[in-house]
Design a protein around this ligand. Structure first.
Ligand code: C2E
Ligand code: CA
Ligand code: CA
Length: 413
């Protein structure tokens, strides 16, 4: 197995065909997964998962008898399954696309799709991306943090911003970064936002966290403005900010105080959150735009925005969700979503960011499709501010793909 491969030691295969259960067991053994359990229906699979919470990977046919794949995904989400899922199916790509969308709504992690007949190569290629997901950050599965614990940690300045680069796909220029929150927990190490953001939201603490992130991002921009004046930082805006009518003024005052340009701050809003309070959201966004801030629609492809809705919002940037970008070359449904997102963004004159570019293949594919900006592990993982600056200096402001023509053009700039 390749060095980028996973260390998945236990898996569960769900398929109603005994032959395929054996076949997938052989494939999994071949990639080094020796503890393989099998189930030929959803009910049996649920009970195996309950008895074996350490199962890291599910290979799941979505056409199951009795309980279909969708129902099954809902159940495992309720059981808080935190492992990876590979969907196996002979269904039409659009059906599979809808399944992926639903799974994401249930906060499940779909690693990839294997169309039947699946091969060892398919499996290897999908698994080669899984090792990237956790790495140095810990996954605190199902841990519920208390409001006091979180509040205390905010007071103790344990939440910090990491920065992940955004690169111009044509020139390789590192044009900005997305600020992503990390919890530097004194006992547990670095914790990813997925483990604490929902708790923050439930406990009414998300505003405080956003405040921390804004502070860190503005400080970062301040430190960069002389050496890299073109640089921008993208900040994730939680849903309830779309109801805070004074937010544009507050943000404007902060940015002015720091002496940085409003246009170097990009506010990211996830697609699914737009529709909740349309009128107020629209007002806040128009005011942010009038004050010069950048606006980006995040996780595009996972919500239900229509063209009419989108064109009313003054977005300049559309971020295609990583679920459609990573490994797109092997997935027709993802390709269709990328293509239609690019068309839409072009019509509305928005820049297109491809998130989740993990390989050279992903990069080439999104470039071919007309994406403008790339963000993903292929360029770099999110880094602390100090690491980011060191990385930027080391790369002299350009991400080098190693192509002779790119080297030339980056030296010219
Ligand atoms: P997001 O806004 O979609 O951010 C992108 C996520 O994708 C980040 O995860 C990033 O580390 C990850 N990522 C980037 N490139 C790749 C790649 O090539 N492959 C894979 N598999 N993943 C990649 P992270 O940092 O764990 O953040 C998860 C989510 O938590 C974010 O998704 C965002 O919704 C939320 N979040 C993070 N920081 C904040 C914050 O400060 N405020 C709010 N409200 N939400 C935040
Ligand atoms: Ca984001
Ligand atoms: Ca995103």
């Amino acid at each position: 197995m390749s060095s980028t491969g996973p260390r998945i030691s236990s898996a569960l295969v769900i398929d109603d065909s005994g032959y395929l259960l054996d076949y997938f067991t052989v494939l999994l053994n071949a990639v080094g997964t020796y503890q393989v359990k099998t189930a030929n229906n959803g009910r049996q699979a649920l009970s195996i998962l309950q008895d074996h919470p350490d199962i890291e990977l599910l290979l799941c046919d979505i056409n199951l008898p009795e309980m279909d794949g969708i129902e099954f995904l809902r159940h495992i989400s309720a059981q808080s399954f935190a492992g990876e899922i590979i969907i196996v199916s002979s269904e039409h790509d659009r059906v599979i696309g809808s399944v992926i969308k639903l799974a994401r709504e249930h906060e499940l992690h779909i690693l990839g799709v294997m169309k039947k007949p699946a091969t060892l190569e398919n499996l290897k290629s999908i698994l080669s991306t899984s090792g990237h997901r956790v790495k140095s950050t810990v996954r605190v599965d199902n841990h519920v943090f208390t409001a006091e614990e979180l509040h205390q940690a905010i007071g103790d300045k344990q939440f910090i911003a990491y920065f992940q680069p955004k690169v111009d796909i044509r020139s390789g220029k590192i044009i900005g970064a997305e600020a992503l929150c990390r919890w530097r927990h004194p006992d547990m190490g670095i914790i990813s936002p997925g483990a604490f953001i929902p708790c923050m939201e439930n406990n009414g603490l998300i505003d405080e966290l956003t405040d921390v992130m804004l502070g860190e991002s503005i400080a970062f921009l301040e430190s960069m403005q002389h050496s890299h004046s073109y640089f921008s930082v993208s900040i994730n805006m939680p849903a309830d900010y779309l109801t805070r009518l004074n937010f544009p003024d507050e943000l404007h005052a902060r940015v002015k105080d720091a002496g940085i340009r409003s246009s170097s701050v990009i506010i990211e809003i996830t697609e699914s959150r737009l529709i909740v309070d349309y009128k107020q959201a629209l007002e806040i966004m128009v005011r942010l735009r009038l004050k010069g801030f950048g606006l980006s629609i995040d996780d595009f492809g996972t919500g239900y925005s229509s063209l009419e809705q989108l064109q009313n919002f003054p977005f300049q940037e559309l971020k295609i969700d990583q679920a459609f970008v990573t490994g797109a070359i092997n997935n027709l449904a993802s390709q269709a979503i990328i293509e239609s997102s690019v068309n839409l963004a072009n019509k509305l004159d928005m820049k297109i960011v491809a998130e989740g570019v993990e390989s050279r293949q992903d990069w080439d594919f999104v470039q071919e499709q007309g994406c403008d900006i790339v963000q993903g592990y292929f360029v770099a993982k999110p880094m602390s501010q100090i690491e980011f600056i060191a990385w930027l200096e080391q790369n002299k402001g350009y991400f080098d793909l190693g192509l002779p023509e790119q080297k030339k053009s980056s030296q010219e700039k």
